[in-house]
Design a protein around this ligand. Structure first.
Ligand SMILES: CSCCC(=O)C(=O)COP(=O)(O)O
Ligand SMILES: [Zn+2]
Length: 209
C-alpha cells in the first residue's frame, strides 16, 4: 500500500530541531556508544526518527528518516531505530504528543537497576516536580515506572500500554537500559527528560549517605 505523502519542508524542520537537541544531550554523555533514539511528529501520519545504529553525537540530516505510524519507512530504504514501536505507540495513542526522547545516561541506567525490584521510582517533595506538565506544587508525587528490559518490542510496548491504561505519565525507565520521556513538543519533552534525569541523580545521591 502506498503511504500518504509528507511535506519535505516539515522533515527538514524536524531534522534540524532533532539534530541540535540530540547533539546537546549527547555532549552531556546521555547517548553512549550509539545508544538512544529520538523522534518528532511531522503530521497526523508521519514521524521523523533517528536511523538505527548511528552515532547520536554526530548526526546529520541523513541520519533522520520518516516512518508512518505503523513504523514503516516512508520513501527510504534506511532502517529506523530498533525501538521505533516504543515511539509510534505513543504517537498513535496520544494525538497531542509531538516528541519522544530516549536516552541512556549513567543516572538513568543505575537508577533503573537499583529500583527495578520496586517496579517504580517514587519521586516526592521536589520543587522540580513542577517541571512535569500538570503539576503546580512540590507537594505531589510522581511514580516513574521501571519495566523489565526485553529485546521484543511488542512485549515492551504492551507493558507501556498497560501502564498508560491506569495512570497518566510522562516517561518510564527500562531496567539496565535507559529512560523514555515525551511531551507535546521538543521543549516539553526535553524539560521532562531533564527533570527525570535530575531527580534520578538526586535519588542516587541520597543513597550514598
Ligand atoms: C548500542 S545501544 C542498543 C540499542 C538501544 O538501546 C538504543 O537505544 C539504540 O538503538 P537504535 O536502533 O535506535 O540505534
Ligand atoms: Zn535504548
Amino acid at each position: 500500500m502506498t503511504s500518504a505523502p509528507y511535506d519535505p519542508a516539515r522533515l527538514s524542520h524536524c531534522a534540524g530541531e532533532l539534530i541540535v537537541n540530540i547533539r546537546e544531550l549527547s555532549e552531556r554523555g546521555w547517548t553512549p556508544a550509539t545508544s538512544s533514539n529520538f523522534s518528532q511528529r511531522m503530521d497526523d501520519a508521519h514521524i521523523a526518527i533517528t536511523v538505527s545504529g548511528r552515532d547520536k553525537g554526530r548526526l546529520t540530516e541523513a541520519d533522520i528518516m520518516v516512518v508512518d505510524l505503523d513504523g514503516q519507512p516512508v520513501a527510504t530504504d534506511k532502517k529506523s531505530s530498533a525501538e521505533t514501536l516504543l515511539h509510534t505507540q505513543l504517537y498513535r495513542r496520544f494525538p497531542e504528543i509531538g516528541c519522544v526522547l530516549h536516552t541512556h545516561s549513567l543516572a538513568q541506567t543505575v537508577a533503573s537497576r537499583l529500583f527495578s525490584g520496586n517496579g517504580h521510582v517514587h519521586l516526592e517533595g521536589y520543587e522540580l516536580l513542577k517541571a512535569f506538565t500538570g503539576n503546580t506544587t512540590h507537594e505531589t508525587t510522581v511514580e516513574l515506572p521501571v519495566l523489565p528490559n526485553s529485546q521484543d518490542m511488542p512485549t515492551l510496548a504492551a507493558q507501556v500500554d498497560a501502564l498508560l491504561d491506569v495512570q497518566p505519565m510522562w516517561g518510564y525507565l527500562i531496567d539496565g537500559h535507559g529512560l523514555y520521556a515525551w511531551g507535546r513538543d521538543m521543549a516539553e519533552a526535553r524539560r521532562h527528560l531533564e527533570a527525570f534525569e535530575f531527580l534520578l541523580a538526586c535519588e542516587l545521591e541520597m543513597r550514598k549517605f
